[in-house]
Design a protein around this ligand. Sequence first.
Ligand SMILES: [Zn+2]
Length: 265
Amino acid sequence: MQYQVVLKKMITELDEEVQYYLDTENNFLNLNQLLDKELEISFEGYQCLCCGKEKKIFRQGFCYECFYESAQVGDWIMKPELSTAHKGIEDRDLAYEKKVQLQPHVVYLALSSNVKVGVTRKTQVPTRWIDQGASKAIEIVEVPNRYLAGITEVALKDYVSDKTSWQKMLKNEIVDADLIEEREKLKTFIPEEAKNYFLENNGKITEITYPVLTFPKKIKSFNLEKSHVYSGKLKGIKGQYLIFEDGTVFNVRNSEGYKVFITIK
Ligand SMILES: [Zn+2]
């Protein structure tokens, strides 16, 4: 069986075990059913997810021009505190920015290797947590726009990491932490403007289990830019990574916009 795919991040569904799907243009390929099967991934070219042209991918599935022009990749995406739509100030396209920024956002704690703080649109819960490979997550505040979420994250970053080790996440080396307790400790550091949005009595921890048969002990990553073909037996899927028997991991999200053949042997 062979599929030609322009890679996009895997679509996920929270279930007893996360279900993973690859959008193959005319179908959705369930990846969980490929566990323990031999796969080959081979590089065929590029297709920018924004303009659709066969141009080299620069970042996040976008060619260089689109990355620096498209409203979908303004600086406020990675740095929510730079959001300005709530003041009516445009970055690249105010209509788009209003649509995305002026909607409920959540600041959360997630446990993927260590405890980290993060921001997401409310509609992206729990997708965002799954994409990061979190085993557990809990919401801290729910605010009406991206700016408030951003300044809350910035304030909390002084007391908790906003980064995680993807290698440890993939090896399943996770620290033991009580998210409810951590959340309580951080409460006092929420900035004044966002304090009223603290989710009182939120004891709800979302637990996430991934389809992984064996976790790798040593990791090497496969990158389509450096090597154009890889084949191996799929042993697990976690975050946005495929994990193979020989410890090779493939970050699907980092490969957005790459056109590949996936062959199931
Ligand atoms: Zn483009």
